[in-house]
Design a protein around this ligand. Structure first.
Ligand code: SAM
Ligand code: SF4
Length: 324
């Protein structure tokens, strides 16, 4: 088992398939001048599968494919098919901005994908363009419709919540989700923009949003954690529909963290905010060496991020380059 020095057992692996993206969310990526890893250093599907073959016997049983934008990766259904059939993986999910989902929803479903997390911060076309610097809301909404038509059993919406910007979206996104039986999860804005745009007073907190939602839809009750290690805290409305909050800043959940991250260029990280990472590229032909590198990365893991301390230093890589 991948147990760290605080007794946390790691079973969840986030794999970034690319650091490129087709939109430019300001809290994740610069508008211009993004620094990409050279394409030749991008892990191939075969290398990713070798990494997973080494990680599964150590206890990894949950995989999320992410990026950058994972749907930019050619032939993605081929990787999904292999992962969906991989023994020992009990949970496979994909996080996407849905710009390309209208064309990809069916091939990915046919390859065995059943869980989708779709990133959408606003239903307002102008604000979408302001946040993402691209006018792609119609394609995102078409992508969500396509995923609903294909019949994915689990679709969740991820919305980054930013004070002074996305307040009007809290109610409208939850209404949109409730009408479609999609759970919305609000993610507190984290310092991962790589350019120091973040500040504590720009974080729209879970408590702020719970108060806004209760006023509009009536009281919310906290749902007991089905999995205490999952990052989202869930609340339920009177009709049984749910909303989630990933309150990394106002209610850090590091003490329950069971996640590792593999960047698209083969660096293993024990935390989004880690300031060090393990290069595993040269170990892909050496399973025992690779397994030891995974174990030792887990052993290095700290108690948690220190966003709320004055000594906090954001990571050198921005979110698009780490993998969300
Ligand atoms: N492109 C895909 C997408 O947007 O879903 C996958 C990668 S993206 C980096 C993964 C998630 O990171 C997104 O759902 C977005 O909500 C979240 N994210 C990015 N930057 C963030 C930040 N600074 N604070 C909080 N969440 C962030
Ligand atoms: Fe692209 Fe996702 Fe980052 Fe937005 S959050 S820029 S969609 S990688």
């Amino acid at each position: 088992m991948l147990t760290d020095t605080f007794g946390r057992v790691h079973s969840d692996l986030r794999i970034s398939l690319t650091d490129h993206c087709n939109i430019r969310c300001f809290y994740c990526m610069p508008e211009a001048g993004a620094e990409y890893a050279p394409l030749r250093s991008q892990l191939t599907f075969e290398q990713i599968l070798r990494f997973i073959a080494a990680a599964v016997p150590l206890g990894i049983d949950k995989i999320r494919l992410t990026g950058g934008e994972p749907l930019l990766r050619p032939k993605l259904p081929q990787l999904v098919e292999k992962l969906a059939g991989q023994q020992g993986i009990r949970d496979l999910a994909l996080t996407t901005n849905a710009v390309l989902l209208a064309n990809h929803a069916k091939p990915l479903f046919d390859a065995g994908l059943r869980r989708l997390n779709i990133h959408l911060d606003t239903l307002d076309r102008e604000r979408f363009a302001q946040i993402t610097r691209r006018d792609e809301l119609p394609r995102v909404l078409a992508g969500i419709d396509a995923a609903l038509d294909v019949g994915y059993p689990v679709i969740k919406l991820n919305a980054v919540a930013i004070k002074g910007l996305t307040e009007p979206d809290v109610i409208s996104l939850v209404r949109y989700g409730r009408e479609r039986n999609i759970e919305v999860r609000f993610i507190e804005f984290m310092p991962l923009d790589g350019r120091s745009l973040w500040s504590l007073d720009r974080v729209l907190t879970a408590d702020d949003m719970i108060a806004m939602l209760a006023e509009e839809f009536g009281p919310l009750t906290a749902v007991p954690d089905a999995d205490p290690r999952a990052p989202a805290t869930e609340y339920q409305f009177a009709d049984g529909s749910r909303v989630g909050f990933i309150a990394s800043v106002s209610r850090p959940f590091c003490l329950n963290c069971n996640r590792l991250r593999l960047t698209s260029d083969g660096k293993l990280r024990y935390c989004l905010f880690a300031r060090e990472e393990t290069d595993i590229c040269h170990l892909l032909d050496d399973e025992p060496g690779l397994q030891e590198a995974i174990r030792s990365t887990v052993r290095q893991k700290w108690a948690g991020h220190e966003i709320n301390r004055p000594t906090f230093l954001p990571p050198e890589r921005a979110m698009y380059s780490i993998g969300g």
